[in-house]
Structure formats: C-alpha cells, structure tokens
Design a protein around this ligand. Structure first.
Ligand code: ADP
Length: 676
C-alpha cells in the first residue's frame, strides 16, 4: 500500500465489517487511534475503552516489531488477550499509512480465525479417519482369510479327535482292560477318552464362534437392502460383542418382543447403529458397581423400537443432544487427546448412528434410565407407514397429504436452478440463444454437457467448447436430450449413499430412450410427444424420493409392482405412492406441462388417460424396459397387443424400437454412468 496516499478508511471499514474483520489504526508509537468493525466481539471490550491503548497489550505477539523486522511478511498469527482470559486466535496484516505531520502510522486488519482453525482440525481428523478406514478394510480382508484357515484347521482337529475316540473304542473291544492288574491302563484310556471329548467340545464351540463372525462379515458386506429382523440382529450382535469384551460381573437382561415387523435395510447400517450403542453402554459401565446391560424391543403402530440401557453414570440432561454432534467425546486419553492415534473416543459413534437412522426415517434419543444410567431409544419405521397413512384417501386428499409430507421431509433432492430454467425454455418455443443462456447458468452442468457432446459416441470432428457450438453441430434436439439427461442424472440420481440408484437410473434412461423412439412413430397433433424423452427420465422420481425418505414403503411397493409386472387393473386397490409422489413433487417444483405430470401419475394404472398419447407411450416404455426382455410369452403378448392397439406398432416394429433404444442406451451409459 502506498504510504502517501490518503486511505478511504471508513469505506474500507464498511467492507471489512461485512467480512467480520476488525480494522485498527495505530499511531506511530503503537497506540490505538481508531477502530472499526466487530470490536467488542473480538476484544471483549467496547471500542471506546481501547482508544489510546498500546496494541502490544492486546495481542500475544509484538506485531509491529515483527512487521518492522520483515515488512514483506504479509500475515502474522497470534492471539487476542481479552479481559475474560479467552484466547482468540487471529491473523493480523500490518500496513504503513500516513498519520499526519509527515509521520507514518499503521493499519492493522485483524481477523478471528478460530472457526477456520476448528474446520482445519476437523478436516485433519476426517483425513485420519479415512486413512484408518482404508487400513481397516485391508485388515478385514486379511481377517476373513484368517477365519477361513482357522475354520479349516478346527474341522481337522475335531475330525482327529473323533478318530481318536473311535480307535479307542476298537482297542477296548479287542483288548478290554478289565482284567486284574490292568487298572492303570483302564485309567489311562479313560483319560484319553475324556480329553478327546473335550477337544471335540472346544472345537465345536470355537467353530460356532467362527461361523458367527463369518456370517456377520458376510452380512456386513451386503450391498442391497432386504428385510431384517431386529431381534435376530440384536441376538447375533450381542453374542459377537460379548466375544470381544471383558464381561466379568456383567449381567445382561434381554427382553425381545415376541414378533417384530421386519425392517427393510442394509445389515451393515443396522448393525452399526446397535453395535455403537451397545459398546457405549458397556464402556459407560466400566467402573459401575452394578453392571447390567438391558436390551428391549417392542413396536407401536408405526415403529419398531429398540432400547439399550445401562447402569453407568448416565448423561447429564444438558448434554443429551450435544452427544450426537460429530466429534463430541468425553473419552479422552491421558493427555486429553481424542480418538485418533489409538486414543479412546472419536466422538463419531452417536453422530453416525443418528445420520444412518435419518436415512431410514428413524430417530434416536438419549433418556435417563430410571434404574440409573442412560437409555438410548431407537425408532425405525416399518413397512406400510406411509401407505397406511395415505390409504383410502381420494385424489385431492392424497395430493394435499403428499405436499405436507414433501414439505416436512428432510434429505429430498433439490432441483438445480438450471434444471428448472431449462425445462422452462424447453417448453416454450425457444431460441438457440435462450437455451445456451439457461445452460450457462450452472458451470458444473455445462461442463458435463460438453463432455458428453465431445464423447466418441457423437463422433464430432472438432471438439465443441460452448453450448452454442454444440447446438450448431449436433442439432437442437440432440443437445436438448443431452442437457435433460445430464441435469436429471445430476440432480436426482447422484446420491452415492442410496443403494440401487444405479439400476433405477438405467431404467429411467432406458425408458426415456424407448419413449422417445415410440413417440417418433406417432402423429403428434398436440405436440406433447416432444416431451417423451424427458417424461421417461423423470417418471420414477417418486421412487427416488421414497427410497430417500421412506425406504420401507419403497421396498413394499416395488415388491408389489414387481409381482404384477407394473400393470394394475382399474379395480386394483393397490396404492401406487411413488407415482403420485413424483407427480406432486414435480408439480410443486417445476412448471412442467400437464401431459407430463399426467403420464407420470398414470404410468402403472390401466387404462392410461384417453386422448393422451404421451401417457400411453410412457406406460409401454416403462413396461418394456423393466419387464419385457425376460418376461414369459403371455406377458410379452400383452405388451405387444397394447403396442398394436394403442400405438399401431406391430411386433416387428416393437422389436426395432427396442433395438434402437438399446444401442443408444449402451452408448449413453458408457459416457454418463449414474454419477456422471
Ligand atoms: P465416543 O464413544 O467415541 O466418545 P460417541 O459419539 O459414541 O463417541 O459418544 C459421544 C459421547 O456420548 C461419549 O464420549 C460419552 O460422553 C457419551 N455417551 C455415549 N453413550 C453413553 C452412555 N451409554 N452413557 C454415558 N455417556 C454416554
């Protein structure tokens, strides 16, 4: 900064106040002559009290001396000394400024960096945890090999022990040691027999344990959701935890409901939830005189409920929410360090428990155990919660209720502005410039669009670098499909935590391509078939939402539809929530035209609304993509008849449509993938 120029200090101060910085002007001798910004928050005293104070008294470093020694050093780090003794870490930059009478004073920009430091610390911890996880994965691999070998050897040991006993039987038959004087031999043989039985007993017990661990390792690796009985899971996990913990003096009261409705989920998710809670309970009782672990399950109308209670010190009321925050731990090492590098607590168990439960629309709370100690109560909804809530409602009631549900449900995907914008320009009879402009709004999306346009699939001679060029070279229709594909994949199907999304995305893409192909073969007086591709891409958005917020319902509905191969007759009372949910979601968040919403709403129910070719096209495309290739001849015949009656496409034409769509799908998925 030029020392002779007059500094527009007040103006600069206004700017800095927004940034949470404090600006301090110093006289040449280091005394404060003016302050701007959040002074009281940083220094713990009002600005007026600080005027005339030597800056050296307020900061832990002599920043002026450091500046004079090395003026090229732009930023210095130190802490602010406050009357309340709290040390606030700050960064300070010093500049020389004119102070009048030809002398130079200083201008200090002081920034509170405590949040930044905390963030850095957290990031470092996360990096260490990731490293630990990688190592744990490697260890798990070695472990399962080991288990395999141990099991083989145990089988051999037990086999030899059995052989030994058999040989003994034969020996005793041939040379019974009953004669007088043979007592020592008889005693010796009895000892051998007893040892053989013991070896077999121990080997059998150890084999059971190994089997249990094997089973758990196998289940923890499962990648698809299935019905899980929480009682069984708890029994298994309790046995496994008991193998690895010192449980002398520990009692265990297990009271499991006679029957629990199964929960739909990943075994590893659910076991992680309960292992975290059981381990915490055991650790909490480490020093208690009475150590009783109580596990109880029951259910109410909507939820399975599991309570894990202990007789440890309990959790003080003011901490009962705080303990669910990431990195909160009271389990510290001898020097106060937390759970990195072999020290006791990471503070991540409860936060991950809560995070996982959110994905199951469940929750966990910490309560006081009336017998002393803590109780953690987990609630997980079981199938039909949503279906039951909506059963028997008429169309309007259903729509209203789904709107409420959408509003109150966390973790729903947000549609990027670009998607909404592009949908709007696509609907109107847009110009090239309007589309290009809408696309440029979101750079990350534009980048992907260009990557797809430049892929080998389209075989362009010269790479395109802007949307306008892409439109000129590929044509408006092609670019429109690329844009829609990228945007829908990006905003709705890009959630790495949701298992099975990849297949659902392939289905959406396949349906879109089929719908487009089918639509091209029909007259389109109303102009709605131009939306066939987009409608196909979006038709199962409701299923994505169900998977996110109501996995149990989703599983139930998918099973049901699977059994009926996606076709419900007009009098079938089955409620297809995902179609209604998708329609309501899109209606609320976009301005898509009615025919698209109608087609999505009716894509499983016969008959599709008459006079709406888009609904028929989507209905058929969905069935052909999902069920047709492997279906029995009777089903294929139904589809062929529908294609003939509704769209005047004969079986040969239908096969041609399928082939064209399939080859396009192949080219596109290679380039896009789910997480494109
Ligand atoms: P960590 O066990 O690594 O500390 P958690 O997230 O599992 O991390 O737990 C956070 C904190 O919650 C623990 O450090 C402890 O203070 C408290 N806590 C958890 N479970 C219990 C319990 N059963 N009894 C008492 N305190 C508990």
């Amino acid at each position: 900064m030029d020392a002779d120029r007059t500094l527009p200090l007040e103006e600069l101060a206004d700017l800095l106040v927004d940034l949470n910085d404090v600006l301090v002007r110093l006289q040449p001798d280091g005394r404060i002559s003016a302050l701007f910004g959040h002074v009281e928050e940083l220094f713990g005293q009002p600005a007026t009290d600080l005027l005339g104070t030597d800056i050296g008294l307020l900061l832990s470093e002599d920043v002026l001396a450091s500046f004079l020694k090395a003026p090229q050093k732009k930023i210095l780090y130190c802490t602010v000394r406050r009357p309340d003794k709290r040390a606030v870490p700050v960064s300070v930059s010093v500049h020389r400024v004119p102070a009048g009478n030809g002398t130079a004073g200083y201008l200090l920009t002081i920034r509170d960096i405590s949040e930044k430091l905390e963030l850095q610390k957290s990031l470092r911890r996360v990096a260490v945890l990731e490293y630990e996880k990688r190592r744990a994965d490697q260890a798990e691999h070695v472990f399962s090999e080991l288990i395999h070998n141990v099991k083989n050897r145990l089988v051999v040991v037990s086999g030899f022990a059995r052989l030994l006993t058999k040989q003994l039987d034969r020996f005793e038959l041939a040379w019974p040691a009953t004669a007088k004087g043979q007592e020592p031999l008889a005693a010796c043989l009895a000892k051998i027999r007893e040892s053989g039985a013991r070896i077999m007993g121990q080997a059998a017990e150890t084999l059971d344990m190994v089997d249990l661990i094997n089973q758990k390792t196998y289940r923890d690796r499962e990648t698809s959701r299935r019905e899980i009985n929480l009682n069984e899971l708890l029994r298994t996990e309790l046995k496994i935890v008991a193998m690895g913990a010192r449980l002398e003096g520990m009692t265990n009261t297990v009271s499991l409901a006679n029957s629990l409705p199964p929960v739909v989920g990943l075994y590893s998710d659910l076991s992680q939830i309960f292992v975290n809670l059981i381990k915490n309970a055991l650790e909490a009782m480490h020093q208690s005189a009475v150590r009783n672990l109580i596990v109880r399950t029951y259910h109410d109308q909507d939820f399975n409920i599991v309570e894990i209670s202990d007789t440890g010190p309990g959790v003080p009321e003011e901490l009962r929410e705080k303990i669910f925050e990431p990195f909160f731990t009271t389990k510290r090492g001898p020097r106060g360090e937390t759970g990195i590098a072999g020290c006791p607590g990471t503070g991540l168990g409860l936060s991950s428990t809560r995070r996982i439960l959110h994905h199951y629309a469940g929750d966990v709370v910490c309560l006081a155990n009336p017998a002393g100690g803590a109780t953690f109560r987990v609630r997980i909804p079981y199938p039909k919660q949503l279906h039951r809530r909506l059963a028997g409602m008429d169309r309007q009631g259903l729509e209203r209720e789904l709107e409420v549900i959408l509003h109150s449900t966390e973790f729903l995907p947000t549609l990027p502005d670009a998607l909404t914008a592009i949908m709007e320009v696509i609907q109107e009879d847009q110009t090239l410039a309007a589309i290009a402009e809408a696309l440029t709004a979101d750079y990350s999306v534009l980048e992907k669009i260009l990557a797809v346009a430049n892929s080998a699939y389209f075989g362009l001679q010269h790479p395109v670098t802007s949307c306008r060029e892409a439109i000129l070279q590929l044509g408006l229709n092609e670019v429109r499909s690329i844009v829609q594909t990228v945007l829908v994949s990006h905003s709705l199907y890009n959630n790495p935590r949701l298992p099975g999304l990849e297949r659902l995305w392939q289905h959406a893409l396949g349906t879109a391509l089929l719908a487009d192909e089918l639509g091209r073969r029909l007259p389109d007086p109303g102009g709605e078939l131009g939306f066939a591709y987009l409608t196909g891409l979006l038709h199962d958005v409701g299923e994505v939402l169900l998977r996110l917020a109501f996995p149990a319902d989703c599983h139930l509905e998918v099973d049901l539809l699977e059994r009926k191969k996606g076709i419900l007759s007009p009098d079938d009372p089955t409620l297809v929530v995902h179609a209604c949910l998708g329609q309501v979601f899109l209606k609320n968040r976009t301005r898509l035209p009615e025919p698209i919403l109608d087609a999505i709403l009716h894509h499983n129910r016969l008959p599709p609304p008459s006079g709406q070719p888009l609904a028929r096209v989507l209905f058929l495309a969905d069935k052909i993509e999902r069920y047709y290739p492997n279906a029995d001849p009777a089903y294929q015949k139904i589809i062929a008849t529908m294609a003939q009656d509704w769209l005047a496409i004969d079986p040969t034409g239908l096969e041609a449509v399928r082939e064209r769509a399939l080859s396009k799908l192949h080219g596109l998925t290679q380039r896009l993938g789910v997480r494109a």
